[in-house]
Ligand binder design. Sequence first.
Ligand SMILES: *Cc1c(COP(=O)(O)O)cnc(C)c1O
Length: 398
Amino acid sequence: MTSLIHADQAGFFGEHGGRFLPPQLEAPIAEVAAAYAEARQDPQFQADYEALLADYVGRPSPLFLAAGLTKHLGGAKIYLKREDLNHTGAHKINHCLGEGLLAKRMGKRKLIAETGAGQHGVALATAAALLGLECEIHMGAIDVAKQHPNVVRMELLGAKVVSVTSGGQALKDAVDSAFGVFANDYADTFFAIGSVVGPDPYPSMVRDFQSIVGREAKRQILEKENRLPDALVACVGGGSNALGLFTGFLEDESVRMFGVEPSGRDLGVLGEHAATITLGSPGMLHGMRTLLLQDQDGNPAAVHSIASGLDYPGVGPQHAFLRDMGRVDYVHASDDETLAAFQLLCRTEGIIPALESSHALAHAIHLAPTMSPDEVIVVNLSGRGDKDIDYVAERLAK
Ligand SMILES: *Cc1c(COP(=O)(O)O)cnc(C)c1O
């Protein structure tokens, strides 16, 4: 039987994934793959990782019954997996610490990465500061200007932020720039990818580091409800928080799963959404084969979402595979539905969610009233929304 969880020897999930690299990156990425294959079998590595998750991140994160929201919607019970309560306020710290520990094990001095909105950069700079590693974050010049608070955070944490002025001065150019530096300096440097994307082994490795979320959620829901949940809901940018929750339940056939993509301002217009699985077609991006939103020339399309952490034209290859297998339903929520969900959680639960996570909430809000009160939904609350309040205030004032 095909595994829903594990990639094949060549790093493929069905027809997606793999490792497609320019020659100068083949050896450095093969070194990461070999080191990770060893580390994941090493009980000491796992113990070191789990100790950081407990004492530094503050895990396990609570599984919280959102009684006010449940009552308001009238239907299935909604539980929130509170990744927003992690140190740094989101799930990204889970895999950044894993990648940082692996870099140290490999004898690297420095972490390097690209960042779009800056959230991966901040989480990685945090891990680097804790672990005593240097950190260099490449960021498009346009994003440096737009995301000033995250640039300040990264610098306070001791990272060097490189403003990339080539090409379109955006995420794609930051990726090229960071990979360029890495290819020249990989003896000392570890490339840390921020989601379940990129060449093998990154999609599997980042998923493994995030899978703590679903393992905890399973234990917690069995304690609280004495049964498995009926549905899981998570937002999908690259797809790391979703796979983090889903992995522990993939082989439980009774558990339905929903990945929520941003339909942005208009699902009918390329450039106005980031619904990659809903509307993408197979293509090549960042060293992997996956579903992509692409223009007529096959270049990654411009994308939009109210949540900057979700505006990525590709998606993790395992998600494309889970779509093909029919195991996960991929649905979407618009900017407006997301804003409404954001406000509803603030008022019913006293929790300000990230706009990314609000996409998952928006779907749960549709789903819950269609289910019975003895059914259970678990929503991954991937991050807190403090970072989004100025933007939301401005939008609501209009
Ligand atoms: C980055 C981010 C996401 C999207 O990334 P995934 O890899 O799809 O999880 C979702 N939520 C928050 C809070 C984020 O910071």
